[in-house]
Write a protein that binds this ligand. Sequence first.
Ligand SMILES: Cc1cc2nc3c(=O)[nH]c(=O)nc-3n(C[C@H](O)[C@H](O)[C@H](O)COP(=O)(O)OP(=O)(O)OC[C@H]3O[C@@H](n4cnc5c(N)ncnc54)[C@H](O)[C@@H]3O)c2cc1C
Length: 269
Amino acid sequence: MFSFNYHRPESLEAALALASAGEDARLLAGGQTLIPTLKQRLASPSDLIDLAGVPALRDIVREADVLRIGAMVRHADVAASKVVREAIPALAELAGLIGDPAVRHRGTLGGSIANNDPSADYPAALLALDATVETDRRHIAAEDFFLGLFETALEPGEIVTAVAFPVGARGAYEKFPNPASRYAMAGVFVARGEGRVRVAVTGAAQGGVFRWSEAEAALETDFTVEALVGLALPAHDMIADIHGTGAYRAHLAAVMARRAVERLLGEVG
Ligand SMILES: Cc1cc2nc3c(=O)[nH]c(=O)nc-3n(C[C@H](O)[C@H](O)[C@H](O)COP(=O)(O)OP(=O)(O)OC[C@H]3O[C@@H](n4cnc5c(N)ncnc54)[C@H](O)[C@@H]3O)c2cc1C
């Protein structure tokens, strides 16, 4: 058994002070990843700073053309939020597809993006919607935030406070879930704004979430399912594991992209 100090600060300032004071402090959000990591002894922090008592991190606010969702907002609350459903319906839908009810009622937006699991759903939405990650010290464009497998631009002790999503583009998210975990085997978020299309793929690639620029260019010229015909992702860049080969995941991602476009065109769903 190893021991650590547990803290439950009631303000962001107090959380920040604890984060910089602890010799090896870790932030705790919903614990959906961190608690199993501790149980497996893959991390042994000196201090655990539970953000659950910081009310400022739990807001969902729509301000003109921006939807701001606090880092500690749980997936179930994003899925159920009337404000999110009206502003960016595809985002609420994505949140409702994460894991199972237990995970959705504990897991948080901030924890998900800070963890940057290559099969997590939110990163695709952030990239496709050109979201901005807000922290205690700066604003980071989604494009610059996700650096690779479980790697982000966050510095030690930096706390994600919220994510700001521009409102305006229409979006659709299609995911092929792993039947056991519900994580994405391939998930594609397509966002269509004024003269601009974003296609973000999660779950499939070894390097984590990425923008499929070839598909974006094709869809900007011709926003139809046919525009995607013949486009293929390189299988050797994709995850190959017991759940599927790289070629299978490349294929799945292309199918999910097509479905997302179909949905945006109102052809299905
Ligand atoms: C069975 C199961 C199924 C799942 N299925 C899916 C799925 O289908 N799709 C999906 O996207 N996800 C899935 N998840 C992941 C889940 O939804 C959580 O988002 C993820 O586990 C992170 O959990 P958390 O929010 O509880 O954060 P924690 O586990 O508490 O923290 C995760 C990491 O983020 C850091 N952190 C947390 N909050 C902040 C912050 N505000 N600022 C900076 N760093 C922070 C922590 O220090 C830690 O390193 C699944 C998880 C489980 C256990």
